[in-house]
Design a binder for this molecule. Structure first.
Ligand SMILES: Nc1nc2c(ncn2[C@@H]2O[C@H](COP(=O)(O)OP(=O)(O)O)[C@@H](O)[C@H]2O)c(=O)[nH]1
Ligand SMILES: [Mg+2]
Length: 172
Protein backbone atom coordinates (compact mmCIF):
# COMPACT_ATOMS: atom_id res chain seq x y z
CA UNK A 1 0.00 0.00 0.00
CA UNK A 2 1.21 3.52 -0.79
CA UNK A 3 2.34 5.71 2.05
CA UNK A 4 0.23 8.78 1.35
CA UNK A 5 2.01 11.68 2.97
CA UNK A 6 0.46 15.10 2.62
CA UNK A 7 2.15 18.24 3.90
CA UNK A 8 0.72 21.51 5.15
CA UNK A 9 2.89 24.56 4.56
CA UNK A 10 2.56 28.29 5.02
CA UNK A 11 3.54 31.06 7.41
CA UNK A 12 2.88 31.21 11.14
CA UNK A 13 -0.81 31.77 11.80
CA UNK A 14 -2.07 30.66 8.37
CA UNK A 15 -4.03 27.79 9.91
CA UNK A 16 -1.89 24.65 9.35
CA UNK A 17 -2.32 23.23 12.86
CA UNK A 18 -6.02 24.11 12.82
CA UNK A 19 -6.56 22.46 9.40
CA UNK A 20 -4.94 19.23 10.58
CA UNK A 21 -7.11 19.24 13.71
CA UNK A 22 -10.19 19.89 11.57
CA UNK A 23 -9.45 16.96 9.24
CA UNK A 24 -8.24 14.47 11.84
CA UNK A 25 -9.99 11.33 12.89
CA UNK A 26 -7.84 11.09 16.01
CA UNK A 27 -6.39 13.69 18.36
CA UNK A 28 -3.39 15.01 16.39
CA UNK A 29 0.15 14.96 17.69
CA UNK A 30 1.33 18.52 17.91
CA UNK A 31 4.41 20.31 19.15
CA UNK A 32 3.26 23.73 20.26
CA UNK A 33 5.39 26.18 22.22
CA UNK A 34 4.54 29.71 23.42
CA UNK A 35 4.97 32.46 20.81
CA UNK A 36 7.38 35.22 21.85
CA UNK A 37 4.71 37.75 20.88
CA UNK A 38 1.11 36.60 20.73
CA UNK A 39 -0.72 37.19 17.42
CA UNK A 40 -4.29 38.04 18.43
CA UNK A 41 -5.83 34.89 19.91
CA UNK A 42 -2.86 32.81 18.84
CA UNK A 43 -0.39 32.32 21.69
CA UNK A 44 1.50 29.21 20.58
CA UNK A 45 3.39 28.08 17.50
CA UNK A 46 4.42 24.73 16.06
CA UNK A 47 8.08 24.00 16.75
CA UNK A 48 8.66 20.62 15.13
CA UNK A 49 5.64 19.31 13.29
CA UNK A 50 1.98 18.40 13.48
CA UNK A 51 0.93 14.89 12.63
CA UNK A 52 -2.37 13.15 12.17
CA UNK A 53 -4.17 11.07 9.57
CA UNK A 54 -7.52 10.63 7.92
CA UNK A 55 -9.18 7.97 5.82
CA UNK A 56 -10.38 8.95 2.37
CA UNK A 57 -11.72 6.69 -0.37
CA UNK A 58 -10.42 3.60 1.44
CA UNK A 59 -6.90 4.97 1.82
CA UNK A 60 -5.12 6.45 4.79
CA UNK A 61 -3.66 9.90 4.25
CA UNK A 62 -0.97 10.95 6.70
CA UNK A 63 -1.02 14.67 7.42
CA UNK A 64 2.13 16.53 8.42
CA UNK A 65 2.21 20.21 9.28
CA UNK A 66 5.49 21.99 8.66
CA UNK A 67 6.54 24.65 11.17
CA UNK A 68 5.98 28.14 9.79
CA UNK A 69 9.09 29.79 11.17
CA UNK A 70 12.11 30.13 8.86
CA UNK A 71 14.50 29.01 11.57
CA UNK A 72 12.75 25.62 11.52
CA UNK A 73 12.87 25.26 7.74
CA UNK A 74 15.16 22.20 8.09
CA UNK A 75 11.96 20.24 8.83
CA UNK A 76 11.03 20.77 5.18
CA UNK A 77 14.14 18.88 4.03
CA UNK A 78 13.07 16.00 6.26
CA UNK A 79 9.39 15.91 5.31
CA UNK A 80 9.26 16.81 1.59
CA UNK A 81 10.78 13.64 0.08
CA UNK A 82 8.02 11.24 -0.93
CA UNK A 83 5.18 13.68 -0.24
CA UNK A 84 2.02 13.47 -2.37
CA UNK A 85 1.81 17.21 -2.36
CA UNK A 86 1.46 20.30 -0.25
CA UNK A 87 -1.60 22.13 1.00
CA UNK A 88 -0.11 25.60 1.07
CA UNK A 89 -2.12 27.80 3.43
CA UNK A 90 -1.64 31.55 3.11
CA UNK A 91 -3.05 34.09 5.52
CA UNK A 92 -5.35 36.33 3.48
CA UNK A 93 -5.46 38.97 6.21
CA UNK A 94 -1.74 39.70 5.93
CA UNK A 95 -0.29 42.20 3.50
CA UNK A 96 2.73 39.94 3.11
CA UNK A 97 0.67 37.22 1.44
CA UNK A 98 2.40 37.55 -1.97
CA UNK A 99 5.87 37.49 -0.38
CA UNK A 100 4.78 34.50 1.71
CA UNK A 101 3.62 32.73 -1.46
CA UNK A 102 6.97 33.37 -3.19
CA UNK A 103 8.99 32.30 -0.18
CA UNK A 104 7.14 29.04 0.43
CA UNK A 105 6.79 28.00 -3.20
CA UNK A 106 10.43 28.78 -3.85
CA UNK A 107 11.68 26.92 -0.79
CA UNK A 108 9.56 23.82 -1.40
CA UNK A 109 10.10 23.54 -5.15
CA UNK A 110 13.85 23.83 -4.57
CA UNK A 111 13.53 20.61 -2.56
CA UNK A 112 11.30 18.90 -5.14
CA UNK A 113 10.69 20.58 -8.48
CA UNK A 114 7.69 18.32 -9.24
CA UNK A 115 5.84 18.89 -5.98
CA UNK A 116 2.07 19.37 -6.37
CA UNK A 117 0.31 22.18 -4.54
CA UNK A 118 -3.20 23.16 -3.59
CA UNK A 119 -3.26 26.70 -2.24
CA UNK A 120 -5.78 27.73 0.40
CA UNK A 121 -6.18 31.41 1.26
CA UNK A 122 -7.43 31.62 4.85
CA UNK A 123 -8.91 34.46 6.92
CA UNK A 124 -10.54 36.24 3.98
CA UNK A 125 -13.48 36.75 6.40
CA UNK A 126 -11.43 39.10 8.60
CA UNK A 127 -10.08 41.51 6.04
CA UNK A 128 -7.42 41.91 3.46
CA UNK A 129 -8.03 42.23 -0.24
CA UNK A 130 -6.38 39.24 -1.83
CA UNK A 131 -6.07 38.99 -5.58
CA UNK A 132 -6.35 35.30 -6.42
CA UNK A 133 -5.22 36.26 -9.91
CA UNK A 134 -1.97 37.69 -8.58
CA UNK A 135 -1.46 34.55 -6.51
CA UNK A 136 -2.17 32.41 -9.57
CA UNK A 137 0.59 34.21 -11.46
CA UNK A 138 3.04 33.65 -8.61
CA UNK A 139 2.09 29.98 -8.33
CA UNK A 140 2.43 29.42 -12.09
CA UNK A 141 6.00 30.60 -11.84
CA UNK A 142 6.88 27.69 -9.54
CA UNK A 143 4.42 24.85 -10.07
CA UNK A 144 2.76 23.24 -13.10
CA UNK A 145 -0.65 23.19 -11.51
CA UNK A 146 -1.65 24.80 -8.25
CA UNK A 147 -5.39 25.33 -7.78
CA UNK A 148 -6.23 28.20 -5.44
CA UNK A 149 -9.28 28.42 -3.21
CA UNK A 150 -10.40 30.67 -0.44
CA UNK A 151 -10.79 28.40 2.63
CA UNK A 152 -11.45 28.46 6.35
CA UNK A 153 -9.12 26.10 8.21
CA UNK A 154 -11.71 25.73 10.99
CA UNK A 155 -14.37 24.33 8.65
CA UNK A 156 -14.14 20.67 7.72
CA UNK A 157 -16.05 20.99 4.44
CA UNK A 158 -13.90 23.89 3.34
CA UNK A 159 -10.52 22.34 4.03
CA UNK A 160 -11.67 18.95 2.72
CA UNK A 161 -12.61 20.55 -0.59
CA UNK A 162 -9.04 21.76 -0.99
CA UNK A 163 -7.75 18.32 -0.04
CA UNK A 164 -10.05 16.62 -2.56
CA UNK A 165 -8.78 18.89 -5.33
CA UNK A 166 -5.18 17.91 -4.60
CA UNK A 167 -6.06 14.23 -4.35
CA UNK A 168 -8.03 14.42 -7.61
CA UNK A 169 -5.01 15.83 -9.44
CA UNK A 170 -2.40 13.66 -7.80
CA UNK A 171 -4.27 10.41 -7.07
CA UNK A 172 -3.59 8.19 -4.06
N1 LIG B 1 -11.14 34.21 11.09
C1 LIG B 1 -10.52 33.13 10.67
N2 LIG B 1 -9.67 32.48 11.49
C2 LIG B 1 -9.05 31.39 11.02
C3 LIG B 1 -9.25 30.90 9.70
N3 LIG B 1 -8.46 29.81 9.52
C4 LIG B 1 -7.80 29.63 10.70
N4 LIG B 1 -8.17 30.57 11.60
C5 LIG B 1 -7.66 30.78 12.97
O1 LIG B 1 -6.33 31.25 12.84
C6 LIG B 1 -5.47 30.65 13.80
C7 LIG B 1 -4.41 29.83 13.05
O2 LIG B 1 -3.56 29.26 13.96
P1 LIG B 1 -2.75 27.91 13.67
O3 LIG B 1 -3.65 26.85 13.11
O4 LIG B 1 -2.00 27.60 14.92
O5 LIG B 1 -1.75 28.39 12.52
P2 LIG B 1 -0.37 27.74 12.04
O6 LIG B 1 0.70 28.61 12.63
O7 LIG B 1 -0.40 27.85 10.54
O8 LIG B 1 -0.32 26.32 12.53
C8 LIG B 1 -6.37 29.81 14.69
O9 LIG B 1 -6.73 30.57 15.82
C9 LIG B 1 -7.58 29.51 13.80
O10 LIG B 1 -8.77 29.30 14.54
C10 LIG B 1 -10.16 31.60 8.84
O11 LIG B 1 -10.37 31.28 7.66
N5 LIG B 1 -10.74 32.72 9.38
MG1 LIG C 1 1.08 25.37 13.70
Amino acid sequence: MNYNKLLFGGPVGAGKTTAIQTLSHEVPISTEAPLDQSMGEKTTTTVALDYSFLRMDGSIIHLYGLPGQDRLSFMRDILVPGALGVMLLLDGSRETIYDDAHAWLSSLTTLDANLMFAIGVTKTDIGGQVSLNELRKIAAHYAKSAPILSVDAREEDSIKQLLRILVAIRGL
